[in-house]
Design a binder for this molecule. Structure first.
Ligand code: DGJ
Length: 307
């Protein structure tokens, strides 16, 4: 039984290392990807059929992942010149049915500070194979920190915090999902949002974000839009003042269920103590949401997985 905020073990009894990540449903499996900062790892992958029992599959991105240049010019390499590790945060993996590739986007930093503010791209031909890195760059030159990827009817978007976190940018991705093609939205200027997580529910788009307070949790906020490239509502609170002691990682849609998944971070020194929080979301009145009158419910009790 998984409990929010407690170590969650894989099928061999080892703690799951998949922080700031995402879950991708592909064929009969859920694949859970996330940050793994141990040893020479960056991103690890687990899989499950019931969302409860997770089998470790692979360290899909490590210091020794191969580099292959794409048509765009980007700096490659997953170690610094002095051999130290870089930092890969908030990895998101999506499947592109046209190219039959699994494409990963994440936040890249040099491992010392947050001055690189870049996006990194990698890809693989199987969901849990060794990913090939394609380098890191700033989309159209914009700083890019906390990020997510959202696919809407095969059109993919990369969403990230720009301008020292002051703004959230939404970029349309190319057909192969490997590059940005257009900056389609700049949101909530100077409101300093992090940890974006998008989902679609009953024809509307929702974006969750956190404020910026390092590893400490803060009040989560959501916004709603009828089109990703259109107008988004103002930000409204959800959860409590600490988002039930978590920061958004992603939202999982599972049939009719909408499941919020957040990270309960350890501090920088105690990063390995970070755990996960799964909470049910109930969206009761979309019309009210559009008018910024929130009818949004995030239950404090944890999401219960069926055994
Ligand atoms: C908050 C971000 O959401 C995390 O991904 C991480 O970058 C921490 N800040 C670092 O302080």
């Amino acid at each position: 039984m998984m409990q929010n905020g407690q170590p969650w073990l894989d099928t061999t009894g080892q703690p799951i290392h998949a922080h700031g990540g995402c879950i991708l449903k592909y064929q009969d499996w859920y694949y859970w990807y996330g940050e793994d900062r141990r040893a020479n790892y960056y991103v690890s992958c687990y899989r499950s059929q019931d969302l409860m029992h997770w089998e470790f599959r692979n360290h899909i991105l490590t210091t020794t992942s191969p580099f292959q240049a794409q048509r765009f010019k980007a700096e490659g390499g997953l170690v610094n010149a002095d051999g130290t590790k870089v930092n890969i945060e908030r990895p998101k993996v999506v499947y592109n049915p046209k190219t039959q590739q699994f494409v990963l986007w994440a936040h890249y930093e040099n491992g010392q500070d947050y001055t690189a503010a870049a996006a990194i791209v990698a890809s693989a031909t199987t969901p849990d194979g060794d990913f090939t890195e394609h380098g890191h760059f700033r989309p159209f030159g914009f700083m890019s920190r906390d990020c997510t990827v959202f696919v809407d009817a095969e059109q993919a978007y990369f969403i990230s915090a720009a301008r020292d976190n002051a703004d959230i940018h939404i970029y349309q991705l190319s057909g192969d999902y490997l590059n940005v093609t257009r900056l389609v939205n700049r949101l909530w200027s100077n409101e300093f949002r992090e940890a974006p997580a998008l989902f679609k529910h009953k024809g509307l788009y929702y974006m969750l974000t956190s404020g910026t307070s390092g590893w400490r949790p803060n009040q989560g906020k959501y916004a709603v839009a009828s089109a990703i490239e259109g107008n988004w509502s103002d930000l409204q609170d959800f959860g409590d003042a600490t988002t039930f002691a978590s920061q958004p990682a992603f939202v999982l849609k599972n049939g009719n269920q909408v499941i919020y998944v957040g990270d309960r971070w350890g501090s920088a020194e105690h990063y390995q103590d970070s755990s996960y929080v799964f909470l049910p979301l109930e969206i009761t009145s979309q019309r009210a949401l559009l008018k910024n009158k929130a009818r949004w419910f995030m239950a404090k009790q944890q999401f219960v997985f069926k055994d």
